[in-house]
Design a protein around this ligand. Structure first.
Ligand code: HEC
Length: 120
């Protein structure tokens, strides 16, 4: 039954493709007009404090890596786990070419920024 075999192979190939792309596709960011009050505050704080160096809603590096999908991936670009502690530490103390921002970004701002990053 050559036809059946071809069909099965094609179906298997299709499943592989779906499985592969499925692993790499990150769901899109929550639309800006659906953000909660805290997420909106985080967006504003992001624009002020991070936006000059990081894209948030698109891929690609500016001065630092894009933060699109930060919390949807397991790891930050450095290989550190993508969690509140690591990102707070990065903001407060900097990392590599990223300056420490602890003197300009307050604790409330950081909480808002983390809430916003979770929508990306
Ligand atoms: C002056 C530019 C600049 C500003 C402002 C800046 N960053 Fe960065 N950021 C960088 C650079 C450069 C890197 C890459 C650092 C490295 O690993 O060498 C980076 C890396 C990061 C990383 C990845 C850390 C890792 O472990 O891989 C996160 C998360 C991050 N920044 C978040 C932020 C947030 C949130 C803000 C705003 C509060 C911000 N950054 C502001 C330049 C900046």
């Amino acid at each position: 039954m050559p036809f059946r075999t071809t069909g099965a192979v094609a179906a298997a190939a299709m499943l592989c493709i779906l499985a592969l792309t499925g692993c790499k596709t990150i769901p899109p960011p929550k639309p800006l007009d659906q953000l909660t009050a805290q997420e909106q505050a985080g967006h504003a704080a992001f624009v002020t404090n991070c936006g000059a160096c990081h894209y948030d809603r698109e891929n690609g590096s500016l001065h630092g890596p894009s933060l699109l999908g930060t919390y949807k991936k397991d790891y930050l670009p450095s290989g550190a786990p993508a969690n509140d502690d690591r990102i707070t530490h990065t903001i407060l103390f900097g990392r590599g070419n990223m300056p420490a921002l602890g003197s300009q970004v307050g604790k409330d701002d950081i909480a808002d920024i983390l809430a916003y990053l979770k929508t990306l």
